[in-house]
Design a protein. Structure first.
Length: 637
């Protein structure tokens, strides 16, 4: 007790500055996926839905990890994490992530080489914009939007020997045209000539195709994120514990700012690892270059785990018994069943219908819990409160919309006619991806102002200045990489709109969530009905409006839960599952030729609409319970 009192007298335990490292890791790797996804789509010859399985593996680990902790605690009737301690929980989580990173390296390097003639059936079944790359990375065969139409893409380095081949010229209508933007030659042909072209590439040039083991990479990424799940479950309450509890919000906001810095530089660093400083062109690269990242992460994870192991830190004194809630547990198991249904869809190659069915099932379970618990609250635990069940769905949708905008952004920017006539190359995506994740940093740094003890006028001034400081950090990171940042200057308009939104929200969670939800709907609609820089920045600004939604949703969802607050928080963390399920649905819609990647962004519009509805509905629910629904400050996290 004396030790705890002594700790409370300190503002912050020195080990907190070690703890924020793990917040950086989460943001860095999660945002890096936005660059890794379009790269893997090309490298592994994937559909857009299949490429989104990176998010599926990453974010489903959060759900599985939280589920295991909850069910184990319910079975033993003791909070497992409290029993082992937050410190050990973070150490174990780091070691699990080390294991996943170590497994990733051989998985990346495991490949199978086959003659190109063996891929004819694969190419015949391609979705629009799906492509196959030869082992030497000089040739690509891509399915085009027009029915039964393909393109043969030849790197400038190999153009001379292929573009003069009479058999290829006979099969390609109109011959080859030079694509200066992507540093390649392109020739269009019909499906009827596919076998002829592949045969020429096989017999005349002995071309082969290298197949990687994408499923193994997904498994390794799942293990890394499983460690993150344990780290995140322990690190958030641990940050409160490491100092004066009254100043815990300050520490969480600082940690959130560090997390957002990780999301900003992650895409830039991963792009540098894969493509170097090459600008423009359809750059071919070796996936094994990503090994550098995972060797680095192994070292950092081990160093952080060693510091946690040897540094003396306070531990929680919470010995409160774990309360079982059988009806809530059945609902969580029902959600788990829906997740298993989606897994079956992946195994049976019936992905999109079962993804949609699973999400509809999860929504149905939550609304059933809300209705059933209102008539008889016995056994429902935290789910007896409608603000929590609606909030679980809000967290599910919030994480989903945040991730899906970013993860499908690469495919959208590569799509011909959206931002540029021929689409961006993979090596040109990182400024825009980093701007999206940097937008999260802009909002979170601005949202964090409200928790500091400054005058009202000073806060207003900072709300104008801080967003532009964060914006300057984003530009600076891109300048260091060598990117042209002048293309990002018009985004200032979006930042001004967000600043107006902050003032309209008045630091009140329900109002802030409502304003940003409606702004999200509006900007996504603008993006859907336009193209070019306007549409691009409209979609990217979704990051600005997502930035402070998490703390607003969290504060409103657990308001008035009393002794069920801890259980309610655990249920909300489980609903990070939305980040694994919503992006593949958007990817699946993008694979449908009549919809395409641009129109698939109707999914974020629907998501923002629910979040605005939740803000309106929960305000009335809390008001009916006599709860001051605007007492919490909606700072960034």
């Amino acid at each position: 007790m004396a030790q705890q009192s002594k700790q409370s007298a300190q503002s912050t335990h020195p080990s907190f500055f070690v703890l924020i490292l793990v917040f950086f890791f989460w943001g860095f790797l999660a945002a890096s996926n936005s660059i890794f996804i379009p790269f893997c789509k090309s490298h592994f010859n994937l559909t857009q839905l299949q490429s989104q399985l990176i998010d599926f593996s990453f974010y489903s680990a959060y759900f599985i990890g939280s589920l295991i902790l909850y069910l184990a605690s319910a079975a033993r009737k003791v909070d497992i994490l409290n029993k082992i301690g937050y410190k050990k929980g973070i150490i174990y989580g780091l070691l699990i992530s080390v294991l996943g990173s170590a497994i990733m390296i051989p998985c990346v390097n495991k490949e199978k080489i086959v003659p190109i003639k063996e891929t004819i059936s694969d190419i015949s079944g391609f979705q629009v914009e799906q492509q196959l790359q030869t082992s030497d990375r000089l040739l690509k065969i891509r399915r085009e939007k027009n029915p039964d139409t393909y393109s043969l893409l030849i790197s400038n380095d190999a153009a001379e020997k292929y573009t003069s081949n009479p058999q290829l010229l006979a099969a390609i209508q109109g011959g080859f045209t030079k694509d200066e933007e992507h540093k390649q030659y392109a020739g269009t042909f019909t499906k009827a000539n596919l076998e002829k072209i592949v045969t020429v590439l096989d017999t005349d040039y002995k071309q082969t195709v290298t197949f990687g083991y994408f499923a193994l990479i997904l498994m390794a990424l799942f293990i890394v994120a499983l460690g993150f799940s344990l780290q995140q479950t322990a690190a958030n309450p641990f940050a409160i514990l490491l100092g004066d509890h009254a100043k815990g919000a300050h520490r969480l906001n600082m940690a959130g700012g560090v997390n957002s810095f990780g999301t900003t530089i992650g895409p830039i660093i991963v792009s540098m690892l894969l493509f170097g400083n090459i600008k423009g062109g359809d750059v071919s690269t070796d996936i094994s270059k990503i090994n550098t990242l995972y060797f680095l992460l192994i070292g950092l994870f081990l160093v952080a785990a060693a510091i946690f192991a040897f540094v003396k830190m306070p531990e929680s004194q919470d010995t409160e018994a774990f309360e079982t809630s059988p009806k809530a547990t059945k609902s969580i198991l029902g959600i788990t069943f829906m997740f298993i249904l989606i897994l079956m869809g992946l195994i049976l190659k019936f992905e999109l219908p079962l993804f949609i069915a699973g999400i509809v099932g999860i929504i149905g379970i939550l609304f059933f819990a809300k209705t059933a618990s209102s008539s008889n609250s016995e056994g429902w635990g935290a789910m007896r409160y409608p603000q929590l069940t609606l909030g679980m769905l809000a967290i599910f949708i919030y994480v989903g919309v945040e991730v899906t905008i970013a993860s499908n952004l690469g495919a959208l920017l590569k799509h011909p006619g959206f931002l540029t006539p021929k689409g961006l190359a993979e090596s040109e995506l990182d400024p825009y991806v980093s701007l999206f994740w940097g937008s999260m940093m802009i909002g979170r740094w601005t949202g964090a102002i409200s928790v500091f003890n400054v005058s009202k006028n000073t806060r207003k001034v900072l709300c104008v200045i801080v967003p532009f400081i964060a914006y300057a950090v984003i530009l600076g990171a891109n300048v260091i990489k060598g990117n042209d940042v002048t293309v990002l200057y018009p985004y200032v308009i979006c930042i001004v709109i967000q600043i107006i939104g902050f003032f309209a929200g008045q630091d009140k969670p329900a109002k802030t969530l409502m304003v940003f939800g409606l702004l999200g709907v509006g900007t996504v609609l603008i993006g859907l009905f336009t193209t070019g820089p306007l549409a691009t920045f409209a979609f990217i600004s979704g990051g600005l409006f997502c930035s402070v939604m998490w703390p607003s949703i969290f504060a409103l969802s657990i308001a008035g839960l009393g002794k069920y607050t801890g259980q309610g928080s655990a249920f909300l963390i489980m609903m990070i599952l939305g980040g694994s399920l919503i992006p593949p649905v958007q990817g699946g819609l993008a694979d449908i030729p009549s919809i395409g990647i641009h129109a698939s962004y109707v999914i974020p519009a629907l998501c923002f609409a629910y979040l605005a509805f939740f803000a309106f509905r929960v305000k009335n629910i809390l008001k009916s319970q006599g709860i001051d629904y605007e007492s919490a400050i909606s700072g960034g996290h």
